[in-house]
Design a protein. Structure first.
Length: 164
């Protein structure tokens, strides 16, 4: 069977944008409203000669921090159960937030291969120094990406397929 790569992270960090960029088409809904991915969405992706099935996860719009955390926990649990490699997406513009630590801890404990993506790095010159704080998540090297501008995807995917 094909390798399954799941994309997890807080609402609005750019999971669906990254998913669509890697899939090469618009499959998942991208919106300014957080949490518009209604359910799991699947697409085929490939990098070099590696083929995989990608899963975009999301949820309904969280009404409170409690609901957000609950949703993120179940999202992470699902990814841990079903995925072979997990891309954990964070946002350089918001920096590391509490919910990131919480999910990072779950992912770390799972012993699954995790690739840490720091999205919205639209300019390395401008935001390059801001990626270092993401080492605090304890998930190793953060990979700066701009999903919207197709930057940094090669290095990210090189790291993903290393775990195949
Ligand atoms: P999701 O909720 O994690 O699936 O996030 P979405 O993919 O729906 O994106 C949320 C918002 O972030 C949208 O307004 C996107 O246009 C924006 N976004 C996504 N990727 C980038 C990026 O690389 N740079 C910037 N500046 N914005 C981005
Ligand atoms: Mg989404």
């Amino acid at each position: 069977r094909k390798v399954i790569v799941a994309v997890v992270g807080r609402p609005n960090v750019g999971k669906s944008t990254l998913f669509n960029t890697i899939a090469g088409k618009q499959i998942s809904i991208v919106q300014d409203t957080p949490g518009v991915t209604r359910d799991r969405i699947y697409a085929e992706g490939n990098w070099l000669n590696y083929y995989f099935t990608m899963v975009d996860t999301g949820g309904i719009e969280p009404i409170s921090d409690d609901v957000l955390l609950k949703q993120m926990r179940s999202q992470a649990e699902l990814a841990i159960e079903t995925a072979d490699v997990i891309i954990f997406v964070t946002d350089v513009k918001s920096g590391v937030v509490d919910a990131d630590y919480e999910v990072a801890e779950m992912l770390r404990r799972s012993k699954k291969p995790i690739v840490l993506c720091v999205n919205k790095v639209d300019s390395i010159k401008k935001y390059g120094n801001d990626i270092y704080e993401f080492y605090q998540l304890g998930l190793g090297e953060p990979f700066p990406v701009s999903a919207a501008n197709h930057l940094g995807l090669g290095d990210l995917l090189d790291e993903v397929v290393k775990h195949f």
